[in-house]
Unconditional design. Sequence first.
Length: 334
Amino acid sequence: MMIRDFLSRRTRVRNLIQWLFFAWILGIGVRFALFVRHYESFGASPYVSRPPGVEGFLPIGALVSLKYWVTTGIVDSIHPAAMVLLLTFIAMSLLARKSFCSWLCPVGTLSEAMWKLGRRFLGRNFRIWPWLDWPLRGLKYLLLAFFVKIIFLDMPSFALASFLETPYWAVSDVKMLHFFTGMSATALAIIAALTVLSFFYQNFWCRYLCPYGALLGLFSLLSPLKIRRDVSTCVDCGKCAETCPSRLPVDRKIAIGSPECTGCLSCEAVCPTRSLAMAPPGRRDLLAGWRFPLLVVAIFSLGVGIGMISGLWESSLTAEDYRRLIPMSRHLVH
């Protein structure tokens, strides 16, 4: 009973961190909307300072900024937080597997809420046939390869510089806001379809279509941390594999090194003999209890903190720039 209570607390800790981060992201979205509204209304609405964290929703631009920095040594000053957040999430994957996806990602949180809601109403979630599941999983890697090819192979440094100097990039965060607040019928239909699919299938978007998750999954292959199974105490109940949202064969492996593992610890939470642990080689107790959640939060906080201290967080755009650019943002195309 004590073991079960401990493991259920571990699950509640992850859910708490997920929803606290989601609430924080929602607050950032509201603040940014108020910030934009001030300039769109030409000062008629109250001024609210711009939250740099909104740049986490600019992953493609962050990749452009990253390549520009690597090839030229120059950090984009328009949206520096975009690259800082991308590097932070990559660091999380290198050190703590794809933990961003299962602990912090707001899309992952909503997706998980949907399939849990589906399970509660239907008593189960459905599974796509194995012969179709594997090819579908490859779609997110194909999408990632498409973006990597365009940015890292096809765009020379001068083209990157030209893009980062355009008014379109300057207000790309504003255009992202407009996308969400004024969705087209097509966008609404796609999001509705993905929401319905997530109700029936566990993490449909994350599992099959998210290129960001694919990128972090590839970096997670280098992580020293893995879900490790103690064969001497395992009773082969199969609960771990049955619970795993990524449908990994946890009950048949000594260590799970798949890029599909999100470090959610669901398998660990249902193990009746505590035979599973997220750990480096030879140290099964190193991240027991609160240590892994603390590691996840600490890496994220450290990455953001370094960005702030180094001056790579706030945009270099001035109030005058926003006063000029935001009212015309709806008409800018790239």
